[in-house]
Design a protein around this ligand. Sequence first.
Ligand SMILES: Nc1ncnc2c1ncn2[C@@H]1O[C@H](COP(=O)(O)OP(=O)(O)OP(=O)(O)O)[C@@H](O)[C@H]1O
Ligand SMILES: [Mg+2]
Length: 363
Amino acid sequence: MYLRDIAWDGFRNLETRALTLDERFNVFSGDNGQGKTNLLEAVYWLATLRPMRAARLQEFVRFGGTRCGVEAGIEAEGLVHRLEVRVEAGERVCKRERKPCKPSEYFGVLAVVLFTPDDVGLVRASPAERRRFLDRAIFTGRPAHLADVQAYRRALEARNEALRTSHDPILLDTFEETLARHALRLNEARALYVERLRPFFLDAFAGIAGPGLEPALVYRPSLVAGSVEEMAASLTADREKDRQRGFTARGPHADDLGLALVGRSARLYASQGQARALVLALKIAEIRLLEALFGLTPVLLLDDVSSELDAQRNARLFELLHGFRGQVLITTTDASHVRTPDLAHVFRVEAGRVTPLAESANP
Ligand SMILES: Nc1ncnc2c1ncn2[C@@H]1O[C@H](COP(=O)(O)OP(=O)(O)OP(=O)(O)O)[C@@H](O)[C@H]1O
Ligand SMILES: [Mg+2]
């Protein structure tokens, strides 16, 4: 699967235009603040209907404008699919094959894996960031996971609200049973994902950092239960404490993805370079797992990551990209960092204007 062509209008600072992309490597080069990340954000939004960094839809719309859109042709197994997402009158509209559709009908055409400089902080970040990483990674292979996350969140809010407003134990039992069902579903999906990811992660990490660091990757649920009943019983046991706190303390919204080196928390003890190697290994594992599980080769979006990696890890990254069969969209402020192995399409990004340079062969 790859993006054959893409067009945008009114999206952030990007000048309206259409581009034809290379099936493999596309490099977007430009100075700071020119629109490189905006371009990847457009692709990310198109693929996931989720913001990469925006908090509100309106942020996508060019200053002073009222609407924006991104549209692309995606070639997969000889067919070209069309996806389009827009902001119209403040609302998001998505279309597949030019017809408005529900998100559940939209997903399944385009999968992307994103790697940004922000990800480099994942090891040291809060558990919330690592949960977000996990849920996004699961979502890439199984878009319905998003609905599970949202359903859990609604059930959590409902129980929190009930804790504040009701002392009726039967009513609270009902809320807790619903919450337990959604919580167990999330726990199981995340735990299974981490189990599947682990061998790929260990392999990738050894490839980047060498042997001896004994990396570990575990899912750390705050509530462990083998059934909905057990999960509900744990929530009920927490009820009075939660009521005093004013919110539900334990559950998938409080879980973590644990990373360790030689038995010690990477969050607390890993060096900067080790933390980067861990994140790079997680990302590589994510891609390998998608290929192994679904035969799915996602489009890789790499936002200026070379600037965050030292020369050795950067070289390793490009070595790995060389072996990656899929399409890569990579941004950089310095084209000399980018060692694309094949013929690449190179684009210049300047004040929101994206222009293709002549196809250029890289050494
Ligand atoms: N809604 C918007 N309308 C117009 N311009 C916007 C909008 N949102 C962001 N911008 C502008 O886009 C520019 C930033 O673009 P972007 O983040 O893509 O830069 P970049 O090329 O990735 O830079 P860097 O190399 O520093 O990461 C800023 O000048 C910002 O003001
Ligand atoms: Mg940027």
